[in-house]
Design a protein around this ligand. Sequence first.
Ligand SMILES: CCCCCCCCCCCCCCCCC/C=C/C(=O)SCCNC(=O)CCNC(=O)[C@H](O)C(C)(C)COP(=O)(O)OP(=O)(O)OC[C@H]1O[C@@H](n2cnc3c(N)ncnc32)[C@H](O)[C@@H]1OP(=O)(O)O
Ligand SMILES: Cc1cc2nc3c(=O)[nH]c(=O)nc-3n(C[C@H](O)[C@H](O)[C@H](O)COP(=O)(O)OP(=O)(O)OC[C@H]3O[C@@H](n4cnc5c(N)ncnc54)[C@H](O)[C@@H]3O)c2cc1C
Length: 670
Amino acid sequence: MAAADWGGKADHLAGERATAQFDVDGMKVAWAGSRHAVEVADRMACLVASDPVFRKDTRTMLSRKELFKDTLKKAAHAWKRTVELHLTEEEANLLRLYIDQPGYVDLHWVMFVPAIKGQGTEEQQKKWLTMAYKFQIIGTYAQTELGHGSNVQGLETTATFDPSTDEFIMHSPTLTSSKWWPGGLGKTSTHAVVYARLITEGKDYGIHGFIMQLRSLDDHSPLPGITIGDIGGKFGSGAYNSMDNGVMRLDHVRIPRDQMLMRLAQVTREGKYVHSDVPKQLLYGTMVYVRQTIVADASRALSRAVCIAVRYGAIRKQFGSKAGGPETQVLNYKTQQSRLFPFLASAYAFRFVGQWLKWLYTDVTQKLESKDFSTLPEAHACTAGLKSVTTSATADAIEECQKLCGGHGYLNSSGLPELFAVNLPACTYEGDNVVLLLQVARFLMKTVSQVASGKQPVGTTAYMGNIQHLMQCKSVVNTVEDWLNPAAIKEVFEARALRMAVNCAQNISKAPSQEEGFSELSPDLVEAAVAHVQLIIVTKFIEKLQEDILGHGVKEQLQKLCGIYALHLIHKHLGDFLSTGCVTARQGSLANERLGKLYAQVRPNAVALVDAFDYTDHYLGSALGRYDGDVYSALYKEAWKDPLNETVVPDGYQEHLRPLLKQQLKLSRL
Ligand SMILES: CCCCCCCCCCCCCCCCC/C=C/C(=O)SCCNC(=O)CCNC(=O)[C@H](O)C(C)(C)COP(=O)(O)OP(=O)(O)OC[C@H]1O[C@@H](n2cnc3c(N)ncnc32)[C@H](O)[C@@H]1OP(=O)(O)O
Ligand SMILES: Cc1cc2nc3c(=O)[nH]c(=O)nc-3n(C[C@H](O)[C@H](O)[C@H](O)COP(=O)(O)OP(=O)(O)OC[C@H]3O[C@@H](n4cnc5c(N)ncnc54)[C@H](O)[C@@H]3O)c2cc1C
């Protein structure tokens, strides 16, 4: 029976949509950031969905080679459409986003170009970016090595200046110095920003960036002295395997001196090392930029998973009343709501904090241009911390959404396995999440010590200035309704974050040295960092609610989601809140009671709240998450696309199955 015979064009979720108590269009604007953003995103999403080259429904069934070739085809076609349609930068970025297939272009635009912009001189930018913008060259970001990723100062590749020829000699002295992981390096990139130890006049000046040509622009073969290849298959089918993460070894490869990125430091014709009057941390600027974009990616990935699980939960029915009444939608089970609605709230929370982080990054960049470096440490702490907390929560949530969809969630056609596999490495790339949280903790310890010496903290640590009150305050919450008060919520998050940080600082001060104390206390420091970052997310959500938000009922729904986000964290981390004395056990159970009421209020709006993400069926890529809810027809149809179903009798039957069956039959007759 054809799948179409089982379902029509009906909207199986129409009943769910009819119960919404808010204006979905208004919520789309709140989610996207502006009416303009909704309009451009819609246009680009439809452009991708309607173009057969961008089909992705059989992607998980392709071999690695086929998948890679398909990625090359899509990237070339996307560029062709960008040029033909004169797309703006915003439109072209969205086009790439909706194609939804990791590939070398991501590294080119998200890391290679920003690295040259941030670390190149004006002259270098003019030369290299002109070519990069026209795709005359394809670039990647080659920092990580086989032996070192997190410890950037431990990288081993060398760039030794040779004054006799005015060149750097780029070399991989050991196996562990092989560049390992850079996306697009394996098979595609013609160029890279390579990070290496700068050695001149016999002295090692540490890590610096260099632009290197890797492959011939005529026939794409690696240049002399360069050994290069792909590092091999990665987790999951489809997923990140579309990316050619690469390995590269350099054997005394010479590049002209002017290919060292010289905005932060220079080597003169004579070989003198000169450092500009800017902080050396600006070398890490590309990572700050990318971490900020990863927060936005996390909210998108999480919202996709939630959209799939909510829509499917409204369609899927299990068990009826004892009297033989209709079966229950699984979304109506309280356990399903308490597992799923915190993710729905987190998707909105991460979206809004991502919008704020983008603002913060722009603000810091403008300040850096006028040589004001004062906000750089905070920008580093915020991007590192938010990248870490949002990507870890997202990976966990996608995995849980798979379970929330039961067995069907485990099928590739649910879209969830691929979504998980593509987003899981975000916990590692651009800085391992624990390593990054330790950076946040370091920043917090410094801030605590500055507060102790009377300095008033600013920005996201301003709350620490209220130390007298926050170290001894008791929560004012006395009833379930009191947990609706944003000021009461904010106060307990501030008190928890500050008390955890101060506890760590006090315990470190008892250690023989600061370094030993930091190391010994590192598990607690990571928890203190998480508490601080969660406070930022809660605060930014509360601040969002103070803005003008248009549309009937939109603000009210967001208030409920903000409540769910904050209260589910209190429930989850009750140990922290209790042990620091920020809430009592009774207040903790009142928070949980309030949470249950909020879930019930969100339930009739759940499908509309995920509709507001405004995702096309193409982008969602899920039989379970379809807009029309026609889940079973879609699952049935998708199954037949599997290569195993190309023949009725499987390959291998004659060689392996038939002889086995025959032999067993013969034996049974003996
Ligand atoms: C709307 C449309 C959107 C666009 C759509 C596009 C669609 C496509 C989507 C695709 C997007 C996703 C692309 C993502 C691709 C990812 C590919 C992955 C790439 C990589 O992984 S690149 C490699 C990244 N590597 C790392 O992150 C390494 C991590 N390690 C470090 O960062 C550092 O080494 C360290 C921070 C852990 C430690 O460094 P170090 O030992 O040097 O430092 P100290 O701890 O001693 O600190 C020294 C001081 O410097 C400060 N610091 C450290 N880092 C920074 C920084 N980044 N900025 C500013 N300051 C920094 C420390 O705080 C110390 O300061 P102090 O004052 O001395 O305490
Ligand atoms: C899919 C993917 C794409 C990537 N793309 C690129 C790219 O384009 N370019 C590029 O240069 N790199 C890239 N990378 C590399 C990436 O940046 C590194 O993997 C990352 O920075 C983590 O470093 P590592 O692998 O050395 O982990 P390690 O540092 O070896 O981490 C291993 C474990 O040790 C722990 N650990 C490490 N240091 C500490 C510490 N000080 N204290 C406590 N615990 C610690 C970590 O928490 C982790 O649990 C990519 C990686 C992946 C997975």
